[in-house]
Design a protein around this ligand. Structure first.
Ligand code: BG6
Length: 489
């Protein structure tokens, strides 16, 4: 299969926090892969900006080390690496002071007719100060700004952050990354829904019993204890990634696959989410924290906070108050240190209204459409079929399985990392897969009362590392006569 590669326009990309983790793990390796695929035009520059007073050569060495560590071995061709490293330059900049800005301005002035992108791979506390200095140094005009979560820790702080950005950058030039929107299968969800005629007539409460969205991780909180303990699973995962998945699953068909048409529809979903407030939070949510019997590899150990009440797991039941979805619950769950790394959206259809088969034939199950994000990106539709062979009519459930690599007959299909796609979309000026200000704020407006209620709730229920989460999460389903799908790789 030949990929249709659309080259990017000529650009200067400035990465603030260029020597940090995000840049090393994701941005530089992602840009390198795009360069290797021939998508970065000759002369396009990537400028690192950070506090360290190093020169361009030292930055290139750091970048080379990052590529050696984080880009797949199969793509480490010396020629491609050398070409990529030649694009890199570096400006030491004090983002909260005055030092270094004139140097950055002089470097950018060499080509002020290009697409100019500022990627803030720094903590949100620096967003406002950087925007101010970009404006003061005359660098912001016409430029694009990329920011990433945490975009606030509640509605008020998110508004504040958005206001700081809006003082300098018009919304049409702000790109808020939710890297889940850059995942291949998430985009495929839109193709599945809106490029096939067979799903839309069934995509509503008359035919869909419920939807389960799971983002399970087997890893713990790594070295991010300080951040994570202030966030917890609700802020870290639900407010952004899980709600974005819910929006794409539930939204009305946009008139066009264009930024505002898509984002308008997602916003309507967020605004139609039934509020979960006060006592209801206990009924419709379940919080957990991993804790092993020997305390080693327990959340407290990992977070470095004894007696923390932060949840490393959350499950919740919600509904969308619209004609399309009235009566179809959406169940969401996410957690760390679970049995496997598995993310999927499962659309569970209603059972056929009447069985014509005798009881000995076996149960007729529901059709389940599963959109798998990871691992093994693909789509499965479980169908009830006749068990092959003699012995009368026996019904079994069998999957119609489509892993993308298998279905497209390619063995070497490389699905680009989310950041690769998203950074290129910024350079091309396509905001479709980025969150608009009102979406972020609507998500916080829905999350805030749940967080407030959890302050007063009992501490999160313990669960064993390597399990499917706390028992309490089962209650959410059992009380409705349903059950969660297995968490398995
Ligand atoms: C991040 C969260 O946004 O997403 C992390 O902050 C989480 O806690 C990560 O581990 C999961 O991303 P992915 O792409 O590995 O599923």
């Amino acid at each position: 299969m030949s990929a249709r590669i659309i080259p990017a326009p000529l650009f200067d990309l400035v990465i603030f926090g260029a020597t940090g983790d995000l840049s090393r793990r994701k941005l530089l390796p992602g840009l390198f892969q795009r360069d290797r695929d021939g998508q970065l035009p000759e002369g396009a520059r990537i400028l690192g900006a950070a506090r360290s007073k190093i020169g361009a050569e030292a930055f290139r060495e750091q970048a080379a080390a990052a590529l050696a560590e984080f880009a797949p071995e199969s793509v480490q061709e010396p020629e491609a690496l050398a070409r990529f490293l030649r694009r890199l330059d570096y400006c030491p900049v004090d983002v909260t002071g005055e030092a270094g800005w004139s140097g950055l301005a002089a470097t950018l002035a060499e080509h002020d007719d290009r697409v100019r992108v500022f990627y803030l791979a720094v903590g949100p506390g620096f967003f406002g100060p950087i925007c101010e200095r970009l404006a003061a140094n005359g660098l912001a005009e016409g430029a694009r700004l990329v920011v990433e979560k945490p975009l606030g820790h509640d509605l008020a702080s998110a508004r504040d952050l958005n206001n700081q950005i809006a003082r300098v950058f018009d919304e049409s030039r702000v790109y808020r990354i939710d890297h889940y929107l850059g995942k291949e299968t998430v985009q495929n969800l839109m193709a599945l829904r809106f490029a096939n005629a067979m799903f839309e007539p069934l995509w509503n409460a008359r035919h869909i019993d419920h939807v389960q969205i799971t983002v399970a991780e087997s890893g713990g909180i790594g070295g991010r204890g300080e951040y994570y303990d202030r966030a917890g699973a609700m802020r870290d995962m639900v407010q952004n990634h899980l709600l974005q998945l819910l929006c794409l699953t539930a939204m009305e068909p946009p008139a066009r696959f264009e930024p505002d048409a898509v984002r308008d529809e997602k916003l309507k979903v967020l605004r139609a989410l039934a509020p979960i407030e006060g006592r209801e939070a206990m009924k419709f949510t379940a919080r957990g924290q991993y804790r092993s019997r020997d305390a080693i590899s327990s959340y407290w150990e990992d977070a470095g906070v004894r007696d923390s009440h932060t949840e490393s797991f959350v499950a919740l039941k919600t509904s969308i108050d619209t004609w399309r979805w009235s009566g179809t619950p959406f169940y969401l769950r996410t957690g760390k240190r679970l049995r496997a790394r598995m993310s999927e959206i499962a659309v569970v259809f209603k059972e056929p209204p009447h069985s014509i088969f005798p009881p000995e034939a076996g149960m007729i199950g529901s059709n389940v459409l599963v959109i798998r994000l990871q691992p093994d990106e693909g789509v499965t539709l479980s169908m009830t079929v006749k068990e092959p062979g003699p012995g009368g009519m026996r019904l079994i459930s069998a999957p119609l399985d489509m892993t993308f690599a298998g279905a497209l007959g390619v063995t070497d299909l490389r699905l680009p990392d989310a950041y690769e796609r998203l950074v290129l979309d910024v350079i091309r000026g396509d905001q479709t897969l980025f969150m608009r200000r009102d979406e972020v704020e609507a998500a916080w407006a829905w999350i805030d009362p749940i967080l407030a209620a959890s302050q007063a709730a009992p501490r999160p229920a313990p669960y064993d590392p390597g399990s499917a989460g706390p028992e309490d999460a089962l209650r959410l389903m059992h009380q409705d006569g349903r059950r969660w799908r297995e968490i398995e790789a």
